[in-house]
Design a protein around this ligand. Structure first.
Ligand SMILES: N[C@@H](CCC(=O)N[C@@H](CS)C(=O)NCC(=O)O)C(=O)O
Length: 217
């Protein structure tokens, strides 16, 4: 039976091998698991034109989008914060803790991922002489961000002491650049702590289970 406020998340029906476990609907699935909210998925094919009804829901045609009754959202940061409103496991109720958690969600996306993304993507534009130089420059910029996150984390378990949506997003971003974490043992351990959370493991298993092999090529 479906209810009017049931949650539905759009996901990809398949991606190439290297993308499995990294598609961004995982962040939303993880938040839902932490908050104890059940959900269903709408599967979209990899690299295909999106129907008009989907573009009305997600203007860029990407995943994930999120529906909950009359609520229709896109962008992982916005969706995760929306889910976090439901659960103290993700967003502390005290104003200071809440403000710090929200800040870290934006920091993960708009400071760390913003710099890590060109580092990750530049390989797709190769080969070419400029690629190696660009890659090194993007790596250096990403490392400047990682230096600061590692310093701030120090020997704490989570960025602000207890796990929040900010950690969920930061761990999700770090998972895209594991090769750089070899030089950051505390960040590698932090990422592993995130990945060891039962809610993360359920979310990852669900993403992998939802891939349809015929469309994964
Ligand atoms: N800023 C967006 C990025 C979403 C995004 O890049 N989604 C990828 C999957 S991980 C996607 O749908 N790629 C296919 C495309 O861009 O058409 C968010 O955080 O939600």
């Amino acid at each position: 039976m479906t209810g009017k406020n049931d949650v539905c998340v759009s996901v990809l029906a398949g991606v190439p091998e290297g993308g499995r476990g990294l598609v961004r609907d995982l962040r939303v699935r993880w938040a839902l698991e932490e908050a104890g909210v059940p959900y269903s998925v709408r599967k979209l094919p990899w690299m295909k034109e999106r129907p008009a009804d989907y573009l009305a829901e997600h203007p860029f045609g990407q995943v994930p989008s999120y529906r909950e009754g009359e609520v229709s959202m896109f962008e992982t940061g916005a969706i995760v914060l929306h889910i976090a409103e439901r659960s103290e496991a993700l967003l502390p109720r005290d104003p200071h803790g809440r403000g710090r958690a929200i800040s870290w969600v934006f920091a993960a996306l708009n400071s760390v991922e913003l710099d890590a993304w060109p580092y990750e993507m530049v390989d797709y534009f190769g080969p070419g002489d400029w690629i190696a130089g660009a890659k090194a420059a993007f790596e250096a910029q990403t490392r400047r961000r990682l230096d600061r996150v590692a310093d701030y984390l120090g020997d704490k378990g989570w960025l602000e002491g207890t796990f929040t949506a900010g950690d969920l997003m930061m761990v999700s971003v770090l998972r895209r650049i594991p090769e750089l974490l070899a030089d950051y043992p505390t960040l590698a351990a932090y990422m592993a702590r995130g990945e060891a959370r039962p809610a993360f493991r359920r979310a990852l298993a669900a993403q992998l289970a939802d891939f349809d092999d015929q469309q994964a090529a």
